[in-house]
Write a protein that binds this ligand. Structure first.
Ligand SMILES: [Zn+2]
Length: 485
């Protein structure tokens, strides 16, 4: 989502699970298939065009003598598709033209990324040449940008072009209220088939009262937040008081136990690999059924974690003025700050640190608090929060921090949280340090007085609006890969 919002408006996504009727589910799948078809047909055309030009060059042709290259823009590809559709997709009238346009737009973007990556003008990991989309491999999805896209006033249905009115699994009130008040405008609707069901994500321009007064308890304007191994989130104030310890919800632990049990069960069943013959075979129905249960349990785990992180981050962003967090080293997911997380918890902890920072990032903008991300070399766990002595080594198995200098003995995660709070305070008062506020567009504003009294000298609260974030579509991607380990 690259759309930029006008002043006072932010871009936000609202995602709802759908309960389509069987015919509607077929129509949704048909539209996703149509987008895939347009993508693949045009990719083949682009490849043929590139090959043709390469062959002509090898014969010594050049310049105008070559076959003209195809226009790779979304519009150019769409024009070409409209010429070809009668032969390659004679059924094209069955689906909204938006589906084909979406396929062409995706291909245009993928080709653009590839060529920018090749030229070196694109940041991030290298983008490869687009490959053909396959029904069994790629998530079926399609984006609608025009036509009848809306949330019905009954808050239980959404309207999509050609597909019609589809029942939602949950109430759409969060978006519907804003539509009724005129503080939201839907720009696109994307349908996706994920984890066995259809979802719709609306991208909307939303008018938000940026930085509305937070419910700040006077005693804790500045806090540090650390992710624990056993407890998901540990928050502490400057003077060391622990204000929140959010353990993994019990239903999450139960779901994790169930996954492990199911995986042991699957290992005893007749799976697709025959260890005796060292070859592949047809798995038993029982094994396939167990795999379905494992997938369902993983979905539940992901949903529980997302829910937990959302509730916790909202609470923190609403109640405190400055929050210090760790930074996840990019491209170094398995290891962070010298802390190595093993087994099931490692993947989970790293996934949630990324999500935590991201959620706090935009919620800080919403609720007018300030997020300070510590440098990734900041020794938050290894520093003594009383005397400042830094340990050279602290194995993860040591759950308590014992200082060799002053004799402080403290819970490890709490010690780290205190250090992060101090770091955040220093960064906000000293004006140095990497600062992450909710403002992606760098827009800052000082709120006039009326702040609750507190020891925090950094009274000026930076607020901002964040464009291009999707709070609802976020976070549900934590796949506990270490579950089998
Ligand atoms: Zn000490």
């Amino acid at each position: 989502m690259t759309a930029t919002a006008t002043a006072g408006w932010t871009v936000q996504a609202y995602r709802f699970a759908l309960d389509p009727a069987p015919a509607q589910a077929r129509a949704l799948a048909s539209h996703a298939g149509a987008a895939r078809r347009a993508f693949n047909v045009m990719l083949a055309a682009v490849k043929a065009n590139l090959d043709q030009r390469a062959a002509e060059r090898s014969y010594g042709l050049d310049g105008d003598a070559l076959t003209p290259s195809l226009n790779w823009s979304a519009y150019g590809l769409r024009r070409e598709w409209n010429i070809r559709k009668h032969t390659v997709a004679p059924w094209w009238r069955e689906n909204s033209k938006e589906a084909y346009a979406a396929g062409c737009a995706n291909l245009g973007a993928a080709l653009g990324n590839w060529s920018a990556s090749k030229k070196g003008s694109r940041k991030g990991p290298r983008a490869g040449f687009p490959r053909f989309k396959a029904k069994h491999r790629d998530t079926p999805s399609v984006t609608f940008t025009t036509g009848a896209i809306r949330v019905e006033p009954d808050r239980r249905h959404v309207r999509l072009p050609v597909i019609g009115t589809v029942k939602t699994h949950e109430s759409t009130r969060k978006l519907a209220r804003r539509m009724e008040a005129g503080t939201a405008r839907i720009t696109t609707a994307t349908i996706r088939f994920e984890r066995g069901r259809w979802f719709v994500s609306f991208v909307a321009h939303v008018q938000r009262a940026a930085g509305r007064p937070a419910h700040v308890p006077a005693e804790a304007p500045v806090i540090g937040v650390d992710l624990g191994v056993r407890d998901l989130i540990v928050a502490a104030t400057l003077d060391g008081a622990e204000i929140a310890r959010r353990p993994a919800p019990p239903q999450l632990r139960r779901a994790q136990r169930r996954v492990r049990a199911l995986q042991r069960k699957a290992a005893r069943q007749h799976g697709p690999y025959d260890p005796a013959a060292k070859s592949w075979r047809e798995p038993s129905h029982g094994w396939v059924k167990t795999q379905q249960l494992i997938r369902r349990e993983h979905t539940r785990i992901a949903n529980l974690r997302t829910d937990h992180l959302h509730k916790t981050t909202t609470r923190l962003a609403q109640r405190h003025q400055v929050i210090g967090v760790e930074t996840l080293a990019p491209g170094n997911m398995a290891r962070r700050g010298g802390r190595r997380k093993r087994g099931l918890n490692r993947a989970l902890a790293n996934a949630s640190l990324g999500t935590l920072t991201r959620l706090l990032g935009y919620k800080a903008g919403w609720y007018g608090c300030r997020l300070v991300a510590a440098d990734r070399f900041f020794p938050s766990s290894k520093t003594c929060s009383r005397c400042g002595a830094v340990k050279t080594k602290l194995p993860l198995s040591e759950r308590t921090f014992a200082c060799g200098q002053c004799g402080l003995v403290l819970d490890r995660d709490r010690n780290a949280a205190i250090n992060l709070a101090r770091h955040a305070l220093a960064a906000t008062t000293g004006g140095s340090g990497p600062l992450v506020t909710g403002g992606a567009d760098g827009k800052t504003r000082h709120r006039p007085g009326g702040q609750p009294p507190g020891p925090d000298p950094a009274r000026g609260v930076e607020t901002g609006t964040r464009a291009g974030d999707a709070p609802c579509a976020a976070g549900g991607t934590a796949t506990p890969k270490g579950a089998a380990a």
